[in-house]
Design a protein around this ligand. Structure first.
Ligand SMILES: *[C@@H]1O[C@H](CO)[C@@H](O)[C@H](O)[C@H]1NC(C)=O
Ligand SMILES: *[C@@H]1O[C@H](CO)[C@@H](O)[C@H](O)[C@H]1NC(C)=O
Ligand SMILES: *[C@@H]1O[C@H](CO)[C@@H](O)[C@H](O)[C@H]1NC(C)=O
Length: 268
């Protein structure tokens, strides 16, 4: 039954492909078709309707759809969604003159923030369920930053991107524990950006994207922090001095009084 259903759904969705977009960014769901009437559905609910020059957009997409009549006339019925929200994660199906086509799943990626200081060593997280007995030839991990190679471990061989030579690595040993994290030595300001990890034979990978922010120097000793600490110390010192000054009589009396004067009053 399951197999039949699976084959059935394959037959029903002839064109499928995965798209991914970062939260808040712009996504284009492609559809190269010539049609005069275009309807885009998200999970079978109408998103966008262009019929005989009339346009209607679902309320949750109001002001977030880019659709060009000129493009459509040129045979491009693609749908562009701006300021993507997490709930936009879904299947999108285009109906062109009543004919179904162009099925795409839109994946919405939420970057995991990560902060590292210039000159420090950083370990960008990535985990997946891997085979703990993987032979070197089955280990396949790839890290990219802004679509450029950072490091690749394949068939036991490591290759690094130009800017990451001799200072980035993933560990084959850790891979067998499901840890595909990327180690970068000597962080540079230019390392800031979005990093994606992918593992050919890994499952349930988290996180999908890491947003690396690079700070000037270790945060505790940063100039801004130094000033805050100095000001707080000065304020505390002045307050303590003021309190001591206000109570100076009592304090000096207390200091001068011999120990046996401190017995409770009712015993005198
Ligand atoms: C799209 O708009 C046309 C014209 O307004 C309408 O006839 C059609 O039913 C709409 N499509 C859907 C799926 O609601
Ligand atoms: C398009 O809209 C106009 C007015 O806004 C309406 O008269 C016309 O019937 C609509 N066409 C379709 C196909 O719904
Ligand atoms: C179709 O239009 C989209 C924008 O809506 C654009 O990103 C894409 O490149 C176009 N595709 C072609 C083949 O012209």
């Amino acid at each position: 039954m399951l197999l039949v259903y699976f084959l059935g759904s394959l037959g029903f969705l002839p064109v499928t492909s995965g798209l991914s977009v970062l939260l808040g960014h712009e996504a284009t769901v492609p559809c190269i078709r010539s049609c005069s009437k275009v309807e885009w559905f998200r999970n079978e609910v109408l998103v966008y309707n262009f019929t005989a020059g009339n346009i209607s957009v679902a309320p949750e997409f109001e002001g977030r759809i880019k659709f060009s009549e000129a493009d459509l006339r040129k045979g491009n019925a693609s749908l562009t969604i701006t300021r993507v929200v997490y709930n936009d994660r879904s299947w999108y199906v285009c109906s062109c003159d009543g004919q179904k086509g162009c099925d795409h799943f839109l994946e919405v990626l939420v970057p995991t923030p990560f902060t590292a200081a210039v000159g420090a060593k950083a370990k960008l997280p990535c985990y997946a369920v891997t085979d703990k007995h993987s032979s070197a030839s089955n280990v396949n991990v790839r890290w990219e930053k802004d679509d450029k190679l950072v490091v690749k471990l394949e068939h036991g061989e490591m290759e690094t991107g130009e800017e990451y030579e001799e200072r980035s690595s993933v560990s084959e040993e850790d891979y067998r524990k499901g840890d595909l994290s990327l180690t970068i030595d000597d962080i540079r300001p230019s390392d800031a950006g979005l990093y994606r990890c992918s593992a050919l034979n890994g499952q349930n990978q988290i996180p999908e994207v890491v947003a690396l922010m690079v700070t000037d120097s270790p945060s505790l000793y940063s100039p801004a922090h130094g000033w805050t600490v100095a000001i707080v110390l000065i304020v505390v010192f002045i307050a303590a001095a003021a309190v001591l000054w206000a109570y100076r009589g009592k304090v000096s009396a207390f200091i001068r009084s011999p120990p046996d004067n401190t017995v409770p009053a009712d015993e005198e």
